[in-house]
Design a binder for this molecule. Sequence first.
Ligand code: UDP
Length: 234
Amino acid sequence: MEKRERIFEGKTKIVYRTDDPDLIIQYFKDDATAFNAAKRGTVVNKGIVNNRVSSRVFEYLGSEGIPTHYVRRLGDREMLVKKAEIVPIEVIVRNKAAGSICRMLGLAEGLKLNVPIFEFCYKKDDLNDPLVNEYHIRALNLASDQEVDIMKWYAARINQLMGRFFADLNLELIDFKLEFGRYKGEIILADEISPDTCRLWEIGTGVKYDKDRFRHDMGDVEEAYQEVLSRVEG
Ligand code: UDP
């Protein structure tokens, strides 16, 4: 497998073509953005942490029967993945209230939700990724009904699996965001799963080990990311 030219640069990752048309390389940067890129910065070695953590999580989910785009990790900052067509919807799963749902519904941070909440956001940066429901998705043809059902089913199963995975590391999975892609007629899990895309609170102390440390200038950002990596790689 040979690395070829850059095809895309996003906020946190660069994507490269390979000599195989079905495979691309994700390169993880240290750049950090929050609040729809209104806040920008760098978290030293975040790209390494996110690549290595995501790799471990994808390997685990794959071993539990969740199809993912992950093929293998290539060094510290690169991951070889299947080239999927990204469904323009972010799936958010919440176990406790934090972030946007607290602002939207006036909930106290940390409120235990009676059942997990599944949300869809339309991936559209210039609109700030608005919350949409299944009617919007159908009306705008963002995904088929069958694809929505599959994404909901995988999201629920991933919540169970990742909840256990992180609980074993003494971290509580508060919420997370998933992206899916279309690959050879199937829906597969794509993008990344990392402290950028999950809220992780230490069990017992409630200490935050995720991007909220960067969002809210809480300090010890690099240390928190490194701690997640060392627990994940155990
Ligand atoms: N999230 C993400 N990318 C996004 C939006 C959200 O990875 O573009 C993650 C976020 O890190 C958190 C969860 O999804 O773990 C829920 O985020 P929320 O809607 O609370 O948004 P926030 O307040 O973080 O902007």
